[in-house]
Design a binder for this molecule. Structure first.
Ligand code: ASP
Length: 363
């Protein structure tokens, strides 16, 4: 008896011939300096679009409840826009003078830490026992060096302490009193806890405690964390994030902001990202590392990857927030699944743009 012809062989071979090159291509790194892919994705219809191109530095001032056009007075609007713009000018100034992306993100974040409007440095939120515990991190894309501090109580500019950890220790993350002492030993002037006090944050703590009393469940809310991403003249990427955490958080609680791969990530040739939102979810979802991996290994452009993480994946873990992400061609994305996210960017030619209302969007 003649064997039956293997009728499945031909279609399977045809499928392999089609699929293998396509899979191999999707794993290849994208050529630097090539045309921006997000435009093509947008043209395909409905795909997430980047916020802007030719961006060299971007900052965020936190995700959470949105500022509403109807109820935001001109002075408040001006204060937020000026705060973001001042940080952008500081970081851009560093880049224009030939400084690297690490120095630029540090300079930008320090300005936001010194501004009481934001939940980082001066103006940090209160813990449940009415203290302030601050977290910050910085990452350099050229060699994946990183530094961070968690739960510091006496450092005026935690982002600078994070940079010192990166540059002067063999470690990545220092926490608590020893981190405060390290910062002071390395020249950062200590401040008392009073320095961080603001009426606004105190009122928020009181409100959170009332909510707890009324419902019996602990309430911790987030708003105003800051961060920056930058691309320097040598195509070096860096990211930094700094926060007081969440209002009414437990003493000792550490969120995503000082954790590399959760709140902050940077890798040259790929992306720099700084996150804001419900830290526990950004930690569990390894948010910024996942974003970077989706670009590097998943073949996604920065806008699609940022959207995938923040809008599609993290809400399934039970939390919302936003991210600013910049790739090594200057393509910038700023998606959020929270109601709002304050952010802004500066382009290579020095144009500064701030976004504080949810209906403001880029190209
Ligand atoms: N992600 C910060 C934290 O969980 C809070 C925020 O971004 O508002 O500590």
């Amino acid at each position: 008896m003649r064997p039956r012809p293997r009728s499945w062989i031909v279609p399977v071979l045809a499928l392999l011939v089609t699929l293998v090159p396509a899979l191999a291509l999707s794993a290849l790194p994208r050529p630097a300096g090539g045309p921006a892919e997000p435009a093509a994705a947008a043209a395909a219809g409905g795909a997430p679009r980047p916020e802007a191109r030719d961006v060299v530095l971007a900052v965020h001032g936190g995700a959470g409840t949105a500022l509403r056009r109807e109820s935001t007075g001109a002075r408040t609007e001006r204060a937020y826009r000026d705060g973001l713009a001042e940080a952008l000018r500081a970081g851009h100034g560093v880049l224009r003078r030939g400084g690297d992306s690490v120095a630029a993100v540090e300079a930008a974040v320090r300005v936001l830490e010194d501004n009481a409007l934001f939940n980082a440095g001066k103006g940090a939120v209160f813990t449940e026992d009415a203290g302030h515990e601050l977290d910050a991190s910085v990452m350099r894309g050229s060699d994946l060096a990183a530094g961070a501090v968690a739960g510091v109580r006496h450092v005026r500019n935690p982002v600078s302490a994070a940079r010192l950890v990166m540059e002067r220790t063999r470690h990545v993350l220092l926490a608590g009193e020893a981190a405060d002492a390290f910062a002071a030993r390395n020249g950062l002037t200590p401040v008392t806890q009073d320095y961080f006090w603001t009426q606004k944050r105190w009122d928020e703590l009181m409100k959170a405690k009332q909510t707890r009393t009324a419902t019996g469940t602990p309430d911790a809310s987030m708003t105003g964390t800051v961060g920056a991403v930058a691309l320097d003249g040598r195509r070096g990427l860096a990211a930094a994030t700094s926060t007081g955490g969440m209002t009414n958080k437990m003493a000792g609680r550490v969120g995503d902001s000082p954790v590399v791969g959760a709140g902050t990530y940077a890798k040259d040739g790929n992306v720099a990202a700084s996150a804001t939102g419900q830290g526990e979810v950004f930690l569990r979802g390894a948010a910024t590392a996942t974003l970077s991996h989706l670009v590097e290994f998943g073949g996604m452009d920065v806008a699609a990857a940022a959207h995938e993480v923040v809008v599609r994946r993290l809400p399934k873990l039970g939390g919302t927030g936003g991210v600013i992400a910049l790739d090594s061609r200057g393509t910038y994305a700023a998606p959020h699944s929270s109601e709002g996210m304050l952010h802004g960017y500066v382009t290579a030619d020095g144009r500064i743009v701030t976004r504080i209302f949810p209906d403001e969007r880029g190209d």
